[in-house]
Design a binder for this molecule. Structure first.
Ligand code: RUB
Length: 373
């Protein structure tokens, strides 16, 4: 993405690799400062995923792939058996960072598959290639999502989005923001309602910043305000990203997405999920089988930002010792979703049949009780 910060213009990705070093935009600091952080080995990369230096399903998938590439380079001098032990340990470390997004697990698996033949030097080469392939494939997927989803957006549309599913969350054009970018670039007059997205404020801190960078009109709203605008007829469609989509279409995304979907359904507002095949997990049959990450309650009781003097500050918004819970995601049942915007175009009901025909072979397993959902 093209970034203008403090008068300097640069073209950066959320995550990339330079030799054995993984580089990331430090999303914890946005929008107040734009910093790139260097991760020197796979353990540092795993740490960066866990503490959300980078975040968003696509970006953590790419970071996971690059972490595996780092592990392969670190162990390149070992005999095959020890190399594989090191690689599998690294895979476990990376898998243990964040449980919900399918992309992370698929990226680790793709890198392990790349190591299933050849001598160590070949394995290292293939793992590095696999990690780069994931990134390039993701970028292409977002371009297709932009084209397919852009056609859904009519001139004058007001679109609600939740969390950040932009270029920082999914490398390239993003997922939910890709069709919006396309419509804007096509000269359509679009406007975006940006949910603040408590507790970490990905909407306020990152989506608003991305839209500002691109000159797309938007307004930041408190999470609680989305229903108000939907009820007043000021939302034409909702587009969100996804962290994991089950085979029946149930979709895990940032906490609060479910509520928006129910209110959109009640108000007959189209609710679309933009996500590529990397986020669709056919091994997970329904949303009940998706593991939901629960994060530190301090993310709920405290907030971070700049004080009036412009200094980064953390403040407590709840009393000392307040009991809090912090689920990071929720699951929107497929019945509230009008369709999916994917790299293969728009998918409407029955979701499972389209998912199996586009994202798996040879098709729906015989007797699958979820067929037709
Ligand atoms: C990110 C989040 C995003 C999805 C979709 O959560 O829920 O909406 O990842 O984004 P977190 P994308 O900030 O906790 O990682 O599909 O574009 O990656």
């Amino acid at each position: 993405m093209n970034v203008k910060m403090d008068g300097v213009e640069m073209d950066v990705l959320a995550v990339w690799r330079e030799g054995s070093v993984v580089k990331m935009v430090d999303q914890r600091k946005l929008p107040h400062s734009f910093e790139i952080i260097d991760l020197k080995d796979h353990k540092e990369t795993a740490w960066a995923i866990k503490v959300m230096v980078t975040r968003g399903a696509g970006s953590i998938g790419c970071a996971a792939g690059f972490g595996m590439a780092q592990a392969a380079l670190e162990a390149a001098y070992l005999p095959d058996k020890d190399f594989m032990v090191y690689l599998n340990d690294a895979a476990d470390t990376i898998r243990a960072t964040r449980p919900t997004a399918a992309n992370l697990f698929k990226a680790v698996d793709k890198c392990l598959e790349a190591a299933d033949w050849g001598k160590v030097s070949i394995k290292v080469e293939n793992i590095v290639k696999a990690a780069e392939y994931i990134l390039n494939d993701d970028i292409k997927a977002t371009e297709e999502i932009a084209k397919a989803g852009g056609r859904l957006i009519k001139d004058g549309f007001k679109i609600l989005t939740h969390c950040n599913a932009g270029a920082l969350a999914y490398i390239g054009l993003g997922t939910a923001l890709a069709p919006i970018r396309q419509a804007h670039r096509d000269g359509k007059n679009v406007f975006v309602w940006v949910d603040e997205t408590r507790p970490r404020g990905q909407g306020a801190r990152i989506t608003a910043w991305e839209l500002e960078q691109e000159g797309i009109p938007y307004a930041l709203i408190a999470d609680n305000a989305a229903g108000y605008y939907m009820q007043r007829g000021e939302v034409d469609m909702v587009i969100v990203g996804a962290d994991r989509i089950a085979a029946n279409g149930d979709t895990a995304n940032k906490i609060g997405t479910y509520e928006k979907a129910v209110v959109a359904f009640e108000n007959k507002i189209p609710f679309w999920v933009a996500a590529p095949g990397m986020t669709i997990d056919l091994q997970t049959k329904t949303g009940d089988n998706i593991e939901i990450e629960e994060r530190d309650p301090e993310e709920v009781t405290k907030m971070w930002g700049l004080n009036d003097a412009g200094e980064p500050t953390t403040i407590s918004i709840a009393g000392v010792g307040t009991n809090a819970r912090n689920p990071a995601f929720d699951v929107t049942p497929a019945k509230f979703i009008d369709g999916f915007i994917t790299e293969h175009g728009l998918i409407q009901r029955p979701f499972i049949e389209a998912f199996y025909s586009l994202f798996a072979s040879p098709g729906i397993p015989p007797g699958n009780k979820y067929a037709g959902t």
